[in-house]
Design a binder for this molecule. Structure first.
Ligand SMILES: NC(=O)c1ccc[n+]([C@@H]2O[C@H](COP(=O)([O-])OP(=O)(O)OC[C@H]3O[C@@H](n4cnc5c(N)ncnc54)[C@H](OP(=O)(O)O)[C@@H]3O)[C@@H](O)[C@H]2O)c1
Length: 253
């Protein structure tokens, strides 16, 4: 039994690696910060392989796949991702490209490559990490919210396609609200409410994934928010989101 986890150098990815190892899975962890991955590898009790890769670069995504394709992987966790807070015109074009490459392009490519392999052996789980942000437009974090809408709808559609093929490959999409990780620092935000603990979010996510649940909303308040939003006009949702985002922006000192 083996799992590949992207974005494992911190936060949710680190917890996915630890929890799956506790369940007996051998682990392949990847991210850019090799030192962090090596530190994590020391805590993993099962076999572990560390691969440094920058998923914003297509050649490194393909190289990652080539290094592990013969490893008989059972679970792919597409977790790597990041956001940026602020007016869209205020942050650099390079951030736009990098975010689309990591949050969308790499996730899409890894999903396609592993899905084909999983279909051949007719087994496997693919868990894509989206966000509650995927359910709405997000002024002041416009691009991040939009990338997560892609992840959400892409995964939902593939879940259905896999069912139509009567395959034993299962798709799930994790949609957390705020979680206490390094996400804030990189996105330049400060949550208004304390974030959930990453280990609890991951424990919940894996339980639901193994039950083959499609959309995983790990916090009760997030479930209620998503339900509430389904009755609201999008202009009202945007008014609320923009206010929430504005209150979270951390000014550069
Ligand atoms: N924290 C939250 O509130 C929250 C809420 C909803 C959804 N999420 C989603 O949860 C996922 C995990 O985020 P997190 O909260 O655990 O944040 P995090 O602690 O910042 O972890 C993000 C991970 O993504 C990796 N990553 C970023 N850019 C990368 C790149 N170019 N190439 C390879 N790896 C890259 C980082 O590794 P390196 O920097 O070492 O490359 C890190 O391991 C993300 O998809 C995020 O959008 C988070």
């Amino acid at each position: 039994m083996k799992a590949l986890i992207t974005g494992a150098s911190s936060g949710l990815g680190e917890q996915f690696a630890l929890k799956l190892s506790d369940m007996g899975y051998d682990i392949i962890i990847t991210a850019r910060r090799e030192d962090k991955l090596e530190q994590l590898a020391k805590k993993i009790k099962t076999n572990v392989m560390v691969i440094k890769a920058d998923l914003s670069k297509e050649e490194e995504v393909i190289s990652l796949y080539n290094q592990v394709k013969d490893q008989n992987i059972d679970i792919l966790i597409n977790n790597a991702g990041f956001g940026m807070c602020g007016y869209f015109d205020s942050y650099p074009d390079t951030t736009d490209k990098e975010m689309i490459n990591v949050n969308i392009t790499a996730l899409c490519l890894l999903t396609k490559l592993f899905y084909r392999d999983f279909l051949k052996k007719d087994k496997g789980y693919i868990l894509n990490v989206a966000s509650v942000a995927g359910f709405m437009p997000g002024p002041l974090m416009a691009q991040y919210y939009a990338t997560k809408a892609y992840v959400l709808n892409f995964t939902r559609a593939l879940y259905k396609e896999a069912k139509m093929k009567k395959s034993n490959v299962y798709f799930s999409v994790l949609c957390p609200g705020p979680v206490d990780t390094e996400f804030n620092k990189r996105a330049k935000v400060k949550f208004a409410l304390p974030g959930a603990k990453s280990d609890r979010v991951v424990k919940y996510a894996l339980t639901k994934m193994f039950k083959r649940k499609l959309t995983i909303l790990p916090q009760t308040r997030i479930k209620l928010a998503v339900l509430g939003m389904s009755f609201m006009p999008s202009k009202v949702i945007m008014a609320v989101t923009s206010r929430v985002q504005k209150s979270k922006i951390v000014k550069d000192s």
